[in-house]
Design a protein around this ligand. Structure first.
Ligand SMILES: *[C@@H]1O[C@H](CO)[C@@H](O)[C@H](O)[C@H]1NC(C)=O
Ligand SMILES: *[C@@H]1O[C@H](CO)[C@@H](O)[C@H](O)[C@H]1NC(C)=O
Ligand SMILES: *[C@@H]1O[C@H](CO)[C@@H](O)[C@H](O)[C@H]1NC(C)=O
Length: 271
């Protein structure tokens, strides 16, 4: 415990507004919350605060999981009388678009293997107003390191027009159903979820190492046929998901100049 924390304790009286985690330990240094068909961790809603009171959500390794801790400032007659807290509401800092997680194949495979009621509880825990209200989803474009094997959406070498572009089994059976349910859950609360596509690799035939893994970049010069095909790959991805009723809010790219520069640095370090 450091000195700063001790000082805070002197100022504040803190109490817990209830825990929602049924703790389960697997014998390591921390624990997880049970999520099954009957119980699943939730977030305690904010309590009705009075002047001089505050609320914080806290997680810690050995005790809390987004528990709602309430308290009040009892600064007078404390050891530091006359201490005032000023909050300047017009002074803002970083803008937060939202919080979220990735809809990987591993997520889909594991969640879909659960009983229907457990799936529902799991989704609520992440996306509903009873849970932590995720509002951003990262969608791996084709396989990622949480896939059971490497795959791309177009395996036909030289198909620069992407005429053989197809979403895969994993998109249709794992990602899209969960994304659709998450979307629905937020909609019921009058909120939106923003999805962004994120590639781990271009199809092997587009890359200098002819492999989905390892260090390779797109073949040829920037702006050349492989780069144009890569752009086309994104367009097809967005359109295909749209045809399933899922609109992409954004994408993030790979094989930009700065990304290549990083690879060069990494390579030179390895030598
Ligand atoms: C769910 O977990 C709770 C807490 O561990 C347990 O009491 C309950 O029996 C479990 N329900 C099922 C259906 O396994
Ligand atoms: C509050 O923040 C605004 C914007 O930074 C600043 O202009 C203003 O002077 C601050 N007010 C006080 C009372 O500090
Ligand atoms: C959700 O998205 C729709 C369509 O883009 C928009 O009209 C609406 O204002 C958004 N709602 C919220 C809560 O952001």
């Amino acid at each position: 415990m450091n000195v700063k924390f001790l000082l805070v304790l002197v100022f504040l009286t803190v109490f817990c507004n209830g825990e929602n985690c049924v703790k389960k330990s697997f014998g390591y240094s921390s624990f997880v919350c049970v999520c099954n068909s009957t119980v699943c961790d939730k977030v305690t809603p904010e309590w009705d605060m009075k002047p001089q009171q505050f609320t914080v959500y806290m997680s810690s390794r050995d005790h809390y999981r987004l528990d709602n801790l309430g308290g009040f400032f009892n600064i007078s007659p404390g050891p530091y009388p006359g201490v005032n807290f000023h909050v300047n509401l017009s002074k803002t800092y970083q803008t937060i678009i939202g919080f979220g997680g990735a809809f990987t194949d591993a997520t889909g495979i594991n969640v879909m293997s659960l009983p229907k009621e457990t799936q529902e509880n799991w989704l609520k825990s992440y996306f509903s107003s009873e849970g932590i209200q995720y509002s951003i989803g990262r969608i791996p474009m084709a396989s990622c390191d949480f896939s059971t094997y490497p795959y791309s959406y177009d395996i036909t070498s030289g198909d620069f027009e992407m005429t053989k572009f197809f979403l895969q089994y994993e998109d249709i059976h794992y990602k899209i159903p969960l994304m659709t349910q998450a979307m629905q859950m937020l909609k019921e609360d009058g909120r939106n979820i923003s999805f962004f596509g994120s590639p781990w690799s271009a199809p092997a035939w587009m890359k200098t190492n002819d492999d989905m893994t390892g260090y390779g970049t797109l073949k040829g010069p920037q702006g050349g046929p492989y780069y144009k095909a890569w752009a086309e790959y994104f367009v097809h991805f967005i359109r295909e998901y749209q045809s399933w009723g899922i609109k992409m809010w954004g994408v993030n790219s790979k094989y930009t100049k700065s990304w290549q520069a990083n690879i060069e640095i990494h390579k030179s370090k390895r030598i």
